[in-house]
Design a protein around this ligand. Structure first.
Ligand code: ATP
Length: 202
């Protein structure tokens, strides 16, 4: 799936609606210090389901909402929309009936985040899976933060393995295995409880 367009509204320094067309040949974004280059990359990560505020360089997730400036009041919400070209039908099943996928995440103060794909409400997990199965996502090795290369060099083998797994496109499977294990554990607990009840009745 190819990223075709990124729209931001009220996200960090992008207080006004901003439309970035990601056309073939785009290799970099340049600009003076503090103009918002890293914020663009963070917007990409955020719309793909990033849920660690620290990865957004903030203390809480609401810190991504435009916080106000000398001449502009703070905003009450932030929205990022990512348009994907799915004409090759590489999206996982459930998302594969359209040439274009429009993934939107919106955060409202005191109300948290909500996601939509092509106008339909979806869960954060659905969006995270959509990108994990497509070998991209908030933790994709294709998105390199400042300082990340140094971190990689000093990383333990286990962290490096995670990067290889992302690149191999199997991180979605790990997520599913983890969820299955949690369900299994819940079921085992329920069974133990049923045994206790049966014992109590005997
Ligand atoms: P550099 O080249 O120095 O790395 P950059 O172009 O990557 O800079 P960013 O780090 O993306 O710039 O943007 C930093 C700017 O975003 C700062 O001016 C900061 O005040 C602004 N900013 C960050 N979060 C918010 C927010 N919630 N509300 C308003 N402005 C914000």
């Amino acid at each position: 799936m190819r990223f075709a367009r990124l729209r931001l509204n009220g996200f960090k320094s992008f207080v006004d609606p901003t439309d970035l067309v990601i056309s073939d040949g785009l290799t970099g974004v340049v600009g003076p210090n503090g103009c918002g280059k890293s914020n663009l990359l963070e917007a990409l990560r955020w719309v793909m389901g990033e849920n660690r505020a620290s990865a957004m360089r903030g203390g809480g997730m609401e810190d991504v909402i435009f916080a106000g400036a000398a001449t502009r009041p703070a905003r009450n919400f932030a929205e990022v929309a990512l348009t994907l070209d799915n004409s090759e039908r590489l999206a996982p099943s459930g998302f594969n009936d359209s040439d274009i996928l429009d993934v939107v995440r919106r955060i409202t103060r005191d109300a948290g985040s909500a996601y939509k794909v092509n106008g339909k409400d979806v869960r954060a997990r659905d969006v995270q899976m959509l990108f994990a199965d497509a070998s991209t996502g908030a933790h994709s090795p294709a998105l390199v933060r400042q300082g990340q290369i140094a971190e990689l060099i000093n990383a333990k083998p286990k962290s490096r393995r995670r990067i290889l797994e992302e690149a191999a496109g199997i991180s979605g499977l790990y997520q599913r295995r983890h969820e299955a294990e949690l369900k299994l554990k819940g079921t085992e607990t329920n069974l133990t409880r049923v045994d206790d009840v049966i014992e109590g009745l005997a």
